[in-house]
Design a protein around this ligand. Structure first.
Ligand code: F6R
Length: 613
C-alpha cells in the first residue's frame, strides 16, 4: 500500500520517478506527488487522483533535478486530497518526506508538537513524523538528520518505509524501513529506491533489499546501510531475476487480462524442474530438506489473507485427503490478535503473492517467536515473507500487477498440490497409482487452461448478459467451495457488484431467501464426488426461478438442461480441478468489470500490496 520511488544520480530524476510511480500505481492511486531538488532548492508537486493527473499538472513546469522522491498513495490517515498527498514538507520547508505505512502513535506525538506551537497542513501521520524528526534535530544542536531520524524512529510505533530529502544535503536520500518494503538499485554513480523492483529493473539488476530496522544513506556513488543502533551493515547485493516485459501490458488492455492469459505458462513455470510425471518424481528442495518435520506434523496451520486464504482452504482439503494431517486455515488478521496455540515445532504454511502483507507478516513473526516452523509459499522473490520463512517454495508466476490476484492463485494451488503429493508419498499415505495419476493430471493442467482460455469469448457474452445484476451468488462443494468464495471476491472487487460465495448445501440455511428471478447464481458443478448433490442444489434454485450460470465438465449432459448459461471445462481429477474452475470465474469478473467501464487494474479503494493492517 502506497508506492515510493527515489532517485539520486546524473540523470533527470523526474522521468525516472514518474515512470516508477506508474509501475507502482497498483499499490495505491488516491493521490501522487514528487519532491525534486535542484542545487539545494526543493520543489514539491502533488495531486489528488491517479499518477496521470500529476503528470498532467507538471506539463510545462520546471522539473529539472538530479535527485527526487515520489509517492503514490493509498489513503490511511486523511481523505484522498491534494493536501494529504505526499510528499510532505517540514515546518521549515527544508525537509520533504514520503511514507508507506502507518505511524500508530502519531496522535500523541502530534499533541506534543502542537503544544510546542507546530501547525499542520494535512491530516496525515506522515507530516507529524516529519516535524517530529525536524524538532528532534533542532533540539539536538542541529545534529545530523540521520541521528534525528534514528531517535524519532525509536519513539514511533507502527510500520514505515520512508524516504527523506534535505535541502542542506542536496545529493542524499535517507531511507528507513520497518514493516514496509524497500529495494535499492545500484547503478553506476547512481541509486534507485523503490517499494519493489519494477521501477528499477530497466536501469540495473543489482539490488539490495533493506531489512526492518535498517537505515540507508544513499548518495549517487555511495550507499551506507546501518541498523537503528547506528552500526554499519555490509549491503547484501542480489541480482534481479526479472525481465522488463514481465511488467508491461504487452498489447493487452489491462494487466488483469494479460495475467489471466499468462496462466498456461505461469503454471508450466511453476511445475518446471519440479514435477516429472514420467519419472514419478516431485523435486522441491524446501520440502525435501524438512520432510521429517512436515510429514510428522500433528497438524498444519495455514495463514494468509484474501485470495491467498482461499488457496489455503483448497489446500486444507488436499492435505487432509492426501497426507491425513489435520489442517487449520487462519485469516492472518485474526490469528495475530487472538491468543492462538502455537507450540515449538508446529508447522505453519504462509501463503502470499506479494510476500509483504502486513497481517500475514506479523502473524508469522508471532508464530516464529513461539518456535513454529514457517514454510512460505510466496510469489514475489526476495519479499519479506520469503525472507522470514524457514523454508519455502516460490510460485514463479512472475510479477502480478493487476490488483485482482489471478495467476498467483493458480500458482499457489499448483505448489500446494505438489507439496501435498510429495509429503503424502514420503509419508506413505497415498497409493502409488493415485500418486502417479495425480502427477499426470498436474502435468496436463497448462494445456487444459489453454483450452479454457480459447473460449474466453463465451464468458464475455455471459458477462454482457448479467453485467447489470445487483447481486450474485457463487456456489460450490468440496474442493470447489473455496473457488466459489474466490469467484465472489473477484466479482466484488472488479465490478463492485455484491456477491457471496457459499458451500452449495449451506444455501438452504439462509441465502436461498435471496433467490428470485433477478438473481444470477453461479454453480461450480464439475463432475466429482458431489456432482449428484450439486445437481439437486441447482434444481432448488431453478424451482425458485433463479438464473443459473454453471461451470461444468465437458460431456456432462445433465447440468446444461438446468442452466440458463453454462461453460464447459476439460475433465480433471477433483483434487486439482480448482486450478481450472477458477479460470472462467476470473474471466467473468474481468468482463463484467470492463463492460461496466471500471478500471479493473485499479478498482476503487483497493491496493495490491496490503502493507498496513
Ligand atoms: C484479491 C487479492 C487480495 C490478496 C490479499 C493477500 O484479488 O488480491 O485479496 O489476495 O490482499 O495478498 P497477498 O497474497 O499478497 O498476501
Amino acid at each position: 500500500m502506497c508506492g515510493i520511488v527515489g532517485y539520486t544520480g546524473p540523470r533527470q530524476a523526474y522521468p525516472v520517478i514518474l515512470k516508477g510511480l506508474k509501475r507502482l500505481e497498483y499499490r495505491g492511486y488516491d493521490s501522487s506527488g514528487v519532491a525534486l531538488m535542484n542545487g539545494g532548492k526543493l520543489k514539491v508537486f502533488k495531486k489528488k487522483g491517479k499518477v496521470a493527473e500529476l503528470e498532467e499538472l507538471l506539463i510545462g513546469k520546471d522539473v529539472e533535478a538530479n535527485i527526487g522522491i515520489g509517492h503514490t498513495r493509498w489513503a490511511t490517515h486523511g481523505e484522498p486530497s491534494d493536501r494529504n498527498a505526499h510528499p510532505h514538507s517540514s515546518a521549515s520547508g527544508r525537509l520533504a518526506i514520503i511514507h508507506n505505512g502507518i505511524i500508530e502513535n502519531y496522535a500523541q506525538i502530534k499533541k506534543e508538537l502542537l503544544n510546542k506551537g507546530y501547525t499542520f497542513t494535512s491530516d496525515t501521520d506522515t507530516e507529524v513524523l516529519l516535524n517530529f524528526i525536524e524538532d528532534i534535530q533542532k533540539n539536538n544542536n542541529n545534529g545530523s538528520l540521520e541521528e534525528a531520524l534514528r531517535i524519532a524512529l525509536k519513539r514511533v510505533s507502527g510500520a514505515y518505509c520512508i524516504l527523506l530529502v534535505d535541502q542542506n544535503d542536496p545529493h542524499t536520500i535517507i531511507a528507513a524501513r520497518k514493516g514496509s518494503p524497500l529495494v535499492i538499485g545500484i547503478g553506476k554513480g547512481e541509486h534507485f529506491l523503490a517499494s519493489d523492483a519494477s521501477p528499477i529493473i530497466e536501469y540495473t539488476k543489482e539490488v539490495v533489499y533493506v531489512n526492518d530496522y535498517e537505515l540507508a544513506i544513499v548518495k549517487p556513488d555511495e550507499l551506507i546501510l546501518k541498523n537503528i543502533g547506528n552500526e554499519t551493515i555490509t549491503p547484501y547485493i542480489t541480482k534481479l531475476d526479472m525481465e522488463l516485459a514481465a511488467i508491461e501490458k504487452g498489447g493487452y488492455d489491462h494487466f488483469m487480462i494479460k495475467e489471466i492469459f499468462e496462466q498456461p505458462s505461469t503454471i508450466y513455470d511453476c511445475l518446471r524442474g519440479r514435477l516429472d510425471a514420467a519419472a514419478g518424481t516431485i523435486t522441491m528442495s524446501g520440502v525435501e530438506e524438512n520432510i521429517e518435520q512436515l510429514k510428522n506434523a500433528s497438524r498444519i496451520m495455514i495463514i494468509a489473507c484474501g485470495t491467498s486464504w482461499h488457496a489455503g482452504l483448497v489446500a486444507e482439503y488436499i492435505i487432509e485427503e492426501l497426507c491425513r494431517i489435520p489442517v487449520e486455515v487462519e485469516y492472518a488478521s485474526e490469528f495475530r490478535y487472538r491468543n492462538p496455540i502455537v507450540n515449538k515445532g508446529d508447522v505453519i504454511i504462509a501463503i502470499s503473492q506479494s510476500g509483504e502483507t502486513a497481517d500475514t507478516l506479523v502473524a508469522l513473526e508471532k508464530a516464529k517467536e513461539n518456535g513454529a516452523f514457517i514454510f512460505g509459499i510466496v510469489n514475489a522473490v526476495g519479499s519479506s515473507i520469503a525472507r522470514i520463512s524457514h523454508a519455502g517454495a516460490y510460485t514463479h508466476a512472475g510479477p502480478e500487477i493487476g490488483v485482482a490476484s489471478t495467476k498467483a492463485f493458480t500458482g499457489q494451488l499448483t505448489v500446494l498440490s505438489m507439496m501435498a503429493l510429495k509429503i503424502a508419498k514420503e509419508k506413505g499415505s497415498i497409493s502409488n497409482e493415485r500418486y502417479l495419476g495425480l502427477l499426470n493430471e498436474l502435468q496436463d493442467i497448462p494445456e487444459k487452461v489453454e483450452s479454457i482460455l480459447k473460449n474466453a469469448e463465451d464468458i464475455r457474452k455471459i458477462a454482457e448478459h448479467y453485467k447489470d445484476a445487483s447481486d450474485f451468488l457463487f456456489l460450490g462443494r468440496g474442493y470447489n467451495f473455496p473457488v466459489a468464495l474466490e469467484g465472489a471476491l473477484k466479482l466484488k472487487e472488479i465490478s463492485y457488484i455484491h456477491a457471496e460465495g457459499y458451500p452449495a448445501a449451506e444455501m438452504k440455511h439462509g441465502p436461498i431467501a435471496l433467490v428470485d428471478e433477478t438473481l444470477p447464481v453461479v454453480f461450480i458443478a464439475t463432475k466429482d464426488l458431489y456432482h449428484e448433490k450439486i445437481v439437486s442444489n441447482m434444481q432448488e434454485i431453478k424451482a425458485r426461478k433463479g438464473k443459473i450460470i454453471s461451470i461444468i465438465t465437458e460431456g456432462d449432459d445433465v447440468t446444461p438442461g438446468l442452466s440458463d448459461h453454462y461453460f464447459e471445462i476439460p475433465p480433471a481429477d477433483e483434487l486439482i480441478a480448482p486450478i481450472l474452475t477458477v479460470i472462467p470465474l476470473q474471466l467473468l469478473s474481468y468482463y463484467v468489470g470492463t463492460a461496466k467501464g471500471i478500471d479493473v487494474d485499479k478498482p476503487r479503494n483497493l491496493a495490491k500490496s496490503v502493507t498496513v493492517e
